[in-house]
Design a protein around this ligand. Sequence first.
Ligand code: ZN
Ligand code: MN
Length: 503
Amino acid sequence: MNLQPVIGLETHVQLKTKTKMFCGCSAHSENVAPNTNVCPVCMGHPGTLPLPNEQAIRWAVLLGLALNGQITPHSKFDRKNYFYPDLPKAYQISQFDLPIMTEGEVELDDIPGEEPRIIRLERMHLEEDAAKNIHGEDGKTYVDYNRGGTPLCEIVTAPVFETAAQAKAYVHELRLLVRTLGISDGDLERGHMRCDVNISLREVDENGVPLSPMLSPKTEIKNINSFRHIERAIAYEVKRQTELWEAGTPPDKTFTRGWNDAKQVTEEQRAKEDSADYRYFPEPDVPPLELASIAKEIKPRMPELPAAKRARLKNEYGFKAEDIRMIVEDPALVDFTEKAMSELGAWLQAKPDVSPDQMPEARAKLTKTFSGWLLSKLMGLLEERKIDIRTMKLSPENFAEFVSLIADNKLTGPKGLEVLAKMLDSGADPSHVMEELGANRMDDMTALEAIVKTVIEENPKEADRYKAGETKLMQFLVGQVMKISKGNADPSKTAQAIKNILG
Ligand code: ZN
Ligand code: MN
């Protein structure tokens, strides 16, 4: 039997508005005592009225446009009725038949080991979050209403994923998108993004063509909040359902399950409600939403989206795919890269010793030098110091000048790292720091040979062993020259000088 997974995702993204969706309570309750960000509106007291958050609506439209979807011109809110302690009104204000957006898409051009593909989106709607149930060690369940009423955008894909890698790549891209738009922090671990994974299997022939156009009843795995859990829950569920199919008893009903990370299994929670069970009806206390004019106003102000950024970093500067992946992850890093690269471009252009036909090769080499120093060296220094790129003292202009000195061979690698660290700590420009550190790359053979002679005098045994064929001592000898030259000796020229003298 050939079985193929059919996976769809529903992702809730928490918008980072100052206040909640329908009241003036703060929407930020991290490190806040339970049940303090609450008021009669979000606690569902009788006689209160919801007042929609304009910022949340504008951001939802912005997201809809960024997802390349159709913005519903006349939209509205609806009540979704269910009775549960996390919902004090006994209904959630959500959207039923006229969501903010329909028919969107996300292009995934960076799935590890797979071809690019377009993920079709069915819809995106705006709603308020439920409160949070906390299961105490005393066996009781407590409810924290701080989260209740926080604005959420729910994005629903068509059942188009076949692998966990595709699902992960999609959530990754969605996170990047909401961060780029500045509408959510998108931290899965902190609950800013939560995924429901819908999954069923279908029988396909040996060419992967489905035997029936009908989809089997799906299982919905609720509230997954990490990339690792998405992957493991999908793997577990594919295995579980495969066994049911092979035993001749494929799932015949839609079920809701939860991911239990401690046990590494999904667990049955309940048979899934139909939308009819929720008795949706239009929310009478909130006027309809006229979105066409908002969309028209917002569209021209759309920032550059991640896919376009990736294309530009590739075409304009020639960065490698894996470097682009790292840079695009953080909008501040993209900004820094572009500022520094534009400085470097101007510097290269003005160099008298590079002819126009040598320019493409010189540019490619410079990009490589730049990404090496940015992504491994600078990022490493930032991590050591626990500094954020947004708050660091190093300016893109100074970093560009630093890279130009490396490219011009005015600084050795080891000395360069020292200079860069100092620039990071003081905010000074590289020529200043080089002067202060006495940094000046030595590549003059006569001068290097003089230092090599001193090293041999001080370490006669090692020099003899090297001469007798112990070539691994080269590293030791180079190290000694480095020490005397305070890191300024060019490593490959030093090795040459040692060979010149010891043979
Ligand atoms: Zn409130
Ligand atoms: Mn929802």
